[in-house]
Design a binder for this molecule. Structure first.
Ligand SMILES: NC(=O)c1ccc[n+]([C@@H]2O[C@H](COP(=O)([O-])OP(=O)(O)OC[C@H]3O[C@@H](n4cnc5c(N)ncnc54)[C@H](O)[C@@H]3O)[C@@H](O)[C@H]2O)c1
Length: 275
């Protein structure tokens, strides 16, 4: 029996860095029957051309032409540009998959309205964390509290603006130490690299609570660890992720790339596993 998949999905990738490049290469190899990486773009033309050399079938286009030539626009660029890229693509009646979720936080209602008006989809992969299915489900019963505890090795925070301003010497820390506690807004200001995780949790919780963020320096660690605690009358959930950084960008975890690929897989297949 011949297996029939949905129509081949034409994708355009905005941002040819760690995520965009890996996504393009793996999608073209693993999902070739269902996905065509038709177009790429980057504000740094050299990066787009570097990817084009590895994947000649992907055309290097301007953002407007990329949007015009694809069914799905994948943003893997920056928080500063994600809202505008998504808005433009939705208004041109294209679906969008967003990685720089932090750039949308606070403006999500506007973006969701544009998507609904144009009958198009916005996809937010789980990125560097797991368990958003549980957070979304618990939001139906009501969430009382979300705490995001991020544990970092000293080298991950050495020289970070917040740490320097507070006069903390990370190399002097011998046992695990809490160096920051605050709400999502204060946390993303102090530690911008946490912005996507905080934004994803806020969106999954449908804005019912503002996540509390705690940052620890842990001298025994070699990798960043996120522990997420969700309290609700329906369940108490704890999620722990020990992330391995990608080779191309140590600030981006391999899990974030794989999560984007899984979302893509889900979009173009007929089977969905998990909520
Ligand atoms: N959702 C998550 O959990 C998660 C996890 C990791 C990274 N991210 C986000 O995904 C984005 C990409 O991450 P990365 O590791 O690939 O970054 P990267 O720095 O390796 O690559 C980003 C690329 O986008 C390009 N770019 C920036 N602004 C652009 C614009 N307006 N138009 C076109 N190109 C533009 C840059 O030149 C660069 O080549 C970042 O915003 C990052 O914060 C999200």
């Amino acid at each position: 029996m011949k297996i029939v998949f949905k129509k081949k999905l034409k994708i355009g990738i905005v941002g040819c860095g760690a995520i965009g490049t890996s996504l393009a290469m793996i999608a073209q190899k693993r999902f070739r029957a269902r996905v065509d990486v038709a177009a790429i773009c980057d504000r740094d033309q050299a990066r787009a051309l570097r990817l084009h050399k590895r994947l000649p079938s992907a055309r290097v286009l301007s953002l407007d032409r990329l949007i015009a030539s694809c069914d799905l626009v994948i943003e893997a660029a920056s928080a500063a540009s994600s809202f505008d890229i998504a808005k433009k693509a939705l208004q041109k009646k294209r679906d969008v998959l967003l990685m720089s979720v932090g750039g949308v936080l606070g403006k999500e209602k506007k973006l969701f309205r544009i998507a609904r008006e144009n009958n198009k989809n916005i996809y937010f992969p789980s990125g560097a964390i797991c368990g958003l299915d549980g957070v979304k489900a618990l939001a139906l019963a009501g969430i009382d509290e979300i705490i995001l505890r991020t544990y970092k090795p000293p080298e991950a925070l050495r020289g970070a603006d917040y740490i320097v301003k507070k006069g903390i010497d990370v190399d002097d820390i011998r046992t695990e130490k809490l160096v920051f506690q605050g709400d999502a807004r204060a946390a993303t200001k102090a530690f911008p690299q946490n912005i996507n995780v905080v934004a994803l949790l806020s969106l999954a919780a449908r804005g019912q609570v503002v996540p509390l963020v705690q940052i620890f320096v842990s001298p025994r660690l070699k990798r960043n660890v996120h522990v997420i605690e969700v309290k609700s009358r329906a369940a108490r959930v704890e999620i722990r992720c020990e992330n391995v950084p990608s080779e191309d960008n140590p600030k981006t975890s391999k899990l974030a790339i794989l999560s984007a690929l899984t979302t893509l897989d889900g979009i173009c297949d007929v089977v969905r596993i998990g909520s």
